[in-house]
Design a protein around this ligand. Structure first.
Ligand code: SF4
Length: 295
């Protein structure tokens, strides 16, 4: 714990995104009724939040474990969404689903399925700018029977067949500036491309405001679990605008030397970082209980 009192501000735009809030609310509502609930994959990429939900009875399982479930069991589909094969499996096993796929992701899945239907007849490919193996991306690729090409950065453009039509989409949480760069590079090389702007509006706004928030404080404490890909992107964004940005998992990982001579400290986090964790870090910075926690 840091012994001197500091002026800190919690980023008013931080905390869970709408999709995650909705999924957590639905899980807690179900668990309050006393039922047993399984989550297919971690609800959020945040160990502390998973532990909090596990205490309420939420059990995280993988696809293999879901195969062993049957009628009477209930599985929650998290905000990232799932490929059609998961719904088929639930139907085969008689498992009930609480589908918490974020409406933004659901629309993206439907748009990709429609694009795939089109190019599979007329020729061409569906390209997704996203992280290979990420749950949301797996759900998106599933809309094309596994045929979509996933690219993670500009260096992978050469893998694409630019002689045929391309339908380009982005994972909802990608860096908007990187997507702009990819779009520009592809437009330079081919005119036969349809570009879909599918980065989540909340993520896009967050990027814009977070840059100003990071630049407006002497030190930024970025609170996130190590597994969050959105956390890594937002952390780098903060560090670009404020070199004194530090990754913090909990108040115990605060280092007094980070805060030396800092007049103001900004506390922010990933879309998978719950508000209570930001407040815990603020309390760690200001043990006498005087954080300027806004929002
Ligand atoms: S980041 Fe946006 S699209 Fe993704 S779950 Fe949250 S609200 Fe939905």
């Amino acid at each position: 714990m840091v012994s001197r009192c500091k002026v800190c501000e919690i980023d008013p735009d931080s905390g869970f995104c709408h999709g995650v809030v909705r999924a957590v609310d639905k899980a807690e509502e179900f668990l309050c009724g006393g039922g047993r609930l399984y989550s297919l994959g971690a609800m959020v990429h945040n160990t502390a939040e998973i532990a909090r939900l596990a205490e309420k009875g939420l059990q995280t399982i993988d696809l293999e474990q879901m195969r062993a479930l049957g009628s009477g069991d209930t599985v929650l589909i998290r905000a990232h969404g799932e490929p059609p094969s998961t719904y088929s499996l639930a139907g085969e096993r008689g498992v009930s689903l609480i589908d918490c796929t974020c409406p933004v992701v659901l629309k993206l899945q439907r748009d990709i399925a429609a694009a795939w239907q089109k190019v599979s007849v007329t020729g061409g490919s569906v390209v997704i700018f996203g992280k290979k193996g990420h749950a949301e991306v797996n759900g998106l690729v599933g809309q094309t029977d596994g045929h979509a090409v996933v690219i993670e950065d500009l260096s992978e453009i050469d893998r694409l067949d630019l002689s045929r039509h391309i339908e380009l989409f982005s994972q909802t949480t990608r860096d908007p500036l990187e997507y702009e760069a990819l779009k520009a590079a592809l437009k330079e090389r081919t005119g036969d491309i349809t570009i879909h702007d599918t980065i989540c509006g909340q993520v896009r706004n967050r990027h814009r405001r977070l840059a100003a928030f990071a630049a407006g404080h002497d030190v930024i404490l970025f609170v996130s679990g190590p597994e969050s890909s959105n956390g890594k992107v937002l952390f780098e964004l903060c560090r670009t605008h404020n070199p004194r940005t530090y990754w913090v998992e909990d108040p115990a990982s605060l280092k007094p030397e980070w805060l030396a001579d800092a007049g103001t400290i900004g506390i922010t986090g990933a879309t998978s970082t719950p508000r209570w964790q930001l407040e815990a870090v603020a309390a760690g910075v200001n043990p006498c209980g005087t954080p300027r926690a806004e929002g």
